[in-house]
Design a protein around this ligand. Sequence first.
Ligand code: 13P
Length: 255
Amino acid sequence: MSQKLVVGNWKLNGSLVANETLLRAIVPVDGVEVAVCVPFPYLAQVAAWSRGKTGGKTGGGIALGAQTVSEHGAGAYTGEVGAAMLADFGCRYVIVGHSERRSLFGEDDALVGRKAAAALAAGLTPIVCTGESLGERDGGQAMAVIGRQLGAVLDVMGGEGFRGAVIAYEPVWAIGSGRAASVAEVEEVHGCIRAWCDAQGVAGQGMRILYGGSVKAGNARALFALPGVDGGLVGGASLVAADFMAICRAASGGD
Ligand code: 13P
């Protein structure tokens, strides 16, 4: 069994003071890779804190990530933040293609692919989000949507690059709704994603696939017990230290 990865997505939340309190309570968990994807202005704060926890060593402690990245490397792109800048601040991960970016900021499949490729080129691991809306699920289109979204990323990155990405299955209807996908639904979709990867010539077994959408302390253990689930992408519960740590411990198989 590969090491589980639990990623907190803080979204548009935090302040220097609130982060300090939250970070103090986030501690490494044996056998689990823990990461937090924070708003850009707080990267330096979290990077400094993470260095302190690990005695300046890299690789241990809590990994740092961002929530989006520019497709561009540098230049006249006002407001954008480039992947090399994220690497400069010690980021290991960056989320791309979150459904909120797709629906609220008009990011399309091809742009998500270009962002994932830009991240990889800068040495970051893109966490590529994919997932269907409720209407698409009810219409039997879930896997078609996921295949289209991931296919666009594969087109840009190529098989070799795609293998370096983490996939996060986040059904849109489960995000922030309090209604996580059931264990059976997650098992089925993760299996389909691996089969889809196989069909594209990218060995599905080798891909890390997270589940996201209303992961809570109460349902994490059952979700993470699935062999096809390599960890979780956690929104709301990652802002509550006790809940986030309980989710991380659930990923370790501990209590
Ligand atoms: P919630 O855990 O709040 O449902 O959010 C999930 C999410 O969007 C993580 O990226």
